[in-house]
Design a protein around this ligand. Structure first.
Ligand code: FE
Length: 131
């Protein structure tokens, strides 16, 4: 089985695992623009010691380019763990983050995320960069 077939995707309004990228459709070359990536935007994903989102990463694939560029990766490390036991802890990191980026050409942003029991998921968003 090819590795890429392990990435699942779906309509984010009906599937809680899909990382949703929010931000402008158009930006100016060299302008710093912030994109928000959220897992569970419409239907919250569980955030428990046993079941949670571990990380979100964002990539950029420029139009006509061969290689993707990793823009960043955020790990969500607190899911209710504690010495009292699972889900008794005082802290939970929510699976959402922002990335502020500059782009000098148009392309596609790809967000990937990992659920500790439901695996790899992806979402994407096209961005037009104007000179
Ligand atoms: Fe899950």
């Amino acid at each position: 089985m090819a590795f890429e077939t392990l990435f699942q995707s779906a309509d984010w309004k009906a599937e809680k695992h899909v990382p949703v990228i929010e931000g402008p459709d158009k930006m100016k070359k060299g302008e710093v623009v912030t994109f928000r990536v959220t897992v569970g935007k419409e239907i919250p994903h569980p955030n428990t010691t046993e079941h949670h989102i571990r990380w979100i990463a964002l990539y950029f694939a420029p139009e006509g380019g061969k290689y993707p560029y990793e823009l960043g990766k955020v790990e969500f490390a607190a899911h209710g763990e504690s010495v009292e036991g699972a889900n008794q802890g005082p802290a939970y990191t929510q699976p959402q983050t922002t990335f502020s980026v500059k782009l000098d050409r148009s392309g596609i942003l790809y967000a990937t995320s990992y659920c500790n029991i439901h695996g790899l998921w992806q979402g994407e968003k096209s961005v037009t960069v104007e000179a």
